[in-house]
Design a protein around this ligand. Sequence first.
Ligand SMILES: [Zn+2]
Length: 259
Amino acid sequence: MSQFEIDSQNAYWCVIHDRDIALVDQNLPYGKADACGVDASKAIQVGEYQQAPVYWVSSSVVPNNAVFQPLRALLHEDAALFNLASRAMQLDIMRQTQGYCSICGTQTEFSQDLMAMVCGSCNQWHYPRISPCIIVAVRREGKILLAQHPRHRNGMYTVIAGFVEAGETLEQCVVREVKEETGVDVGNVRYVGSQPWAFPSNLMMAFMADYVSGDLKPDYNELTDARWCDESDLPVLPPPGTIARRLIEDSLAEFRQDV
Ligand SMILES: [Zn+2]
């Protein structure tokens, strides 16, 4: 696409600096580059949302009326647009952190064709790092297993999650993480959906699982608490827009139907 076309289109602008994204009233700047105060000369299209292009711009220049904020501030947005902003964020992080070839040490360059960093010396392509994580709602007789982590300062409880290890299937990861963190054995593991989670580079893969056996024994190195919750005694939950919240709400909705 020519620079003239980029400049003259109404577009969504993901202006990213230092792992923050520029938002106007908690929304992405939308409009022509000039009107938004965006330098579009290095804009790279990351997708399209409702027939409008979505561009990634790496820049510390604050667009008109915008404030640099963490990507979380955009969680209220439609998932399709939020995920494109996540894509821009992950590409920006790639450019920051993969600036040198891990094979030969030469400085890499961003390739728009590949959406990757390319080493001009040894021709190796370096794609953005994406870390697979499982996240799982464990259910037992109308209750869901929720855990509290020391890192959540608001006392929030959420479902169990963890990184996939090398050579492990997702189903094995679900069983292992739940066992390690809570002492409980689970089965009937089934896939629900996924969410790119650019904090900084996770891909959350969500599952439901059923309690099989074992007493609840939280690993206090990882958790401050874990308990079985039903609709009548819910703690503070993850914010809407997260796949954790969706797992919890889907589970509660199923419990209501089962009654
Ligand atoms: Zn190289």
